[in-house]
Design a protein around this ligand. Structure first.
Ligand code: SF4
Length: 377
């Protein structure tokens, strides 16, 4: 059972220096065939009995898809399953890959939310990250998106970049606010194994901001964005009223979603839930679609214990936190009997606040969320 669809597009113009996602540079044939593969995959799945509330094109760089192909895909999904009239349909778009005309076509195709991968408004950092765009292209794509009719735009911005200080981070935040997005996602750079960055910036490299500076950056974002009316509704996400990401909120609430495409993850609400991902190479994915037998990688049927832990550590990412009475309804056990001592200990450490029915992270808890979540596993 699922009420959300995620579509992974594993293609990019060029690999960024820090990127550990499944993505590569496609040939024109691969790009052209990909939507046909997605359509064929769709029909290998049983439709959900629930209407689809959100569709998310992520990647990679899904804005490399041709708008007419994406339009065909959305029409086919609408014929295959019920889609809620107010469904959120998001496209991740990278500056340097779209112009006004394409954005208008995406909007006409039914995309009603854009997530723009800006990452930085500073050309020095963009070059360091290996992004294909400049700051002026970011501003342009934002203007083009507004003219094309998008009134729900999110931007991604990264902090803790090599050599970045607090003043530069403040300038990034002010630039981000100056384009007036409805939603801002903020991520600290993580240096992943196997990326060019891992060679240049080994663990504890002096060029990377230390934990204290990263924490100051997190707090500065909180302060500046709150002053401008943004709600810090999830550890890495800020939204104006009414503009939380519905799709991503579904992940944190453990809604079921069907993932389509190379390396796409799915979470189906069967029993306590099953998680798996599709093949992570185009060749194997293509073969699976052709034979009608898609390989499920790392399939995991969750136990009740797994599901309870997920419920807590995903729910705690949200500023709304976890409602203990809902936990009891879902699992037939009181929160207190399962996690009472852990929650009390975390409250004592100032990492969570427990009221009569709610458990929420404190700001310090948000900063140390990985350690907090590990206590529930
Ligand atoms: S655009 Fe995103 S997915 Fe593509 S290479 Fe860069 S970081 Fe990776």
């Amino acid at each position: 059972m699922f009420n959300r669809i995620y579509i992974h597009v594993p293609f990019c113009v060029r690999k960024c220096n820090y990127c550990a996602f499944v993505s590569g540079t496609p040939s024109s044939e691969e790009l052209a065939e990909y939507t046909d593969l997605l359509l064929r995959e769709l029909h290998l799945h049983h439709r959900s009995s629930r209407p689809i509330n959100s569709i998310y094109f992520g990647g990679g760089t899904p804005s490399l898809l041709q708008p007419e192909k994406l339009s065909r895909l959305l029409e086919t999904i609408a014929g295959w399953s019920d889609i809620s009239p107010d469904a959120e349909i998001t496209l991740e778009a990278n500056p340097g890959t779209v112009d006004y005309r394409q954005l208008k076509e995406f909007r006409d195709a039914g995309i009603n939310r854009l997530s723009i991968g800006i990452q930085s408004f500073d050309d020095h950092f963009l070059e360091l990250l290996g992004r294909i765009h400049t700051s002026s292209q970011s501003h342009q794509v934002f203007r083009d998106a507004r003219c094309a009719g998008f009134n729900n735009i999110s931007i991604d911005v990264m902090h803790s970049l090599p050599g970045q200080g607090l003043e530069q981070w403040q300038a990034e935040l002010l630039n981000a606010l100056s384009v007036h997005p409805e939603h801002i996602s903020i991520y600290g750079l993580t240096v992943e194994k196997g990326t060019p960055f891992a060679l240049t910036y080994p663990e504890n490299s002096p060029a990377l901001p230390d934990d204290d500076l990263s924490a100051d950056m997190f707090e500065l974002a909180d302060e500046l964005l709150a002053e401008e009316g943004f709600e810090h509704y999830e550890i890495a996400n800020y939204a104006r009223a009414g503009y939380r990401s519905l799709h991503n909120s579904g992940y944190w609430r453990r809604d079921g979603y069907l993932g389509l495409g190379v390396a796409a993850h799915s979470f189906l609400r069967e029993g306590y839930g099953v998680r798996y991902s599709n093949s992570d190479t185009l060749a194997e994915y293509r073969q699976g679609v052709a034979t009608g037998v898609l390989r499920r990688i790392a399939e995991h049927q969750l136990s009740q214990r797994d599901a309870m832990a997920e419920y807590i550590f995903l729910g705690l990412r949200l500023a709304d936190g976890v409602r203990m009475s809902s936990f009891e309804r879902e699992f037939g056990k009181s929160f207190e009997s399962v996690y009472g001592p852990v929650a009390a200990d975390l409250a004592h450490l100032g990492l969570v606040v427990q009221s009569s029915d709610m458990l929420v992270l404190t700001q310090r808890g948000m900063l140390l969320s990985n350690q907090v979540c590990a206590r529930f596993i």
